[in-house]
Design a protein around this ligand. Structure first.
Ligand code: 2HA
Ligand code: ZN
Length: 274
């Protein structure tokens, strides 16, 4: 029994591979982080070493002080995670100020956590605060259909949310709060981290124009499922557009309200019209 047999590590690796198999992770595209539960840290602790340098992140979140995260490695390929997890992912500890990390396990051939770690970290902070600590996963993927639509639709939360809700009946059930959209920005920097985490105060999802998506959730399955649901809905919308035919009928706002009633959802009314 080694650390790779611990359930949370197996679940992390599986999620990376599921994303690879969906074609969302060309080359080193995308990244995944998970905020570990206390008991999971305990299970893994005997494999940790505490001799690496602290690294400043350029962002700070006091409520993340002392937390441990599993993270994909910067420049590492999702394709390779399942083949050699110890070389492509890592576990980091956050210091007691909440502004630096150090690697305690993994990336055995060298490396650092994902280049988007500042974004992930700030999103974890915001989502944990908003959900009383329930949310633990942040997942970034290069989802082709959503990316394609950021070239042809206005980059507005309402436009993207309505397009998705109308493209597949289950969408409003999966994300009744809607989605946010970030204008094109340089990836990997604290500016895009702050802009994304502002949206994450309201939504489980942020779409990055011409780049991809960020999803958050309490566990791997629901976070991956959220990404999958949105990407499939976007693909449906593109297929509808590509028929070249006028849209004769759609899921109306009253239909969406009816789903809300039927499923007892707290639908974001901002995005509905009369
Ligand atoms: O990890 O996806 O946004 C590479 C990226 C950066
Ligand atoms: Zn990316």
């Amino acid at each position: 029994m080694g650390i790779l047999d611990v359930q949370v590590i197996k679940d992390f690796v599986k999620t990376c591979n599921d994303g690879w198999e969906r074609n969302w992770h060309e080359r080193n595209g995308g990244n995944l982080t998970y905020r570990m539960k206390k008991e999971e840290v305990e299970e893994c602790k005997k494999y940790f070493t505490f001799d690496k340098e602290w690294v400043e992140m350029g962002v700070c979140a006091e409520n993340m002080a002392g937390e441990f995260f599993i993270s994909t490695g910067s420049g590492k390929y999702f394709r390779n995670v399942i083949l050699a997890p110890q070389d492509n992912i890592c576990i980091v500890e956050i210091n007691d100020k909440g502004d630096s990390y150090r690697i305690v396990w993994g990336l055995e051939k060298g490396g650092v956590p994902t280049s988007e770690f500042p974004s992930h970290f700030m999103n974890h902070s915001v989502r944990a605060k908003a959900t009383n600590g329930e949310y633990r996963v942040i997942y970034h993927a290069h989802t082709p259909s959503i990316i394609a639509l950021t070239y042809v639709l206005p980059l507005e939360d309402k436009v993207f949310t309505r397009m998705l809700w109308q493209s597949a009946t289950e969408c409003v059930v999966v994300f009744p709060g809607g989605v946010g959209v970030v204008d094109w920005m340089v990836p990997g920097k604290s500016e895009i981290a702050m802009a994304t985490s502002e949206l994450m105060k309201k939504y489980d999802v942020a779409i990055w124009a011409h780049h991809g998506m960020f999803c958050s959730g309490p566990d791997f399955d629901s976070t991956f499922g959220l990404m999958h649901t949105i990407e499939n809905a976007a693909a449906i919308y593109i297929r509808v557009l590509s028929t070249g035919k006028p849209i004769l009928q759609t899921i109306t706002d009253d239909d969406i309200r009816a789903i809300g009633k039927g499923f007892g959802l707290n639908i974001n009314e901002e995005f509905l019209e009369n």
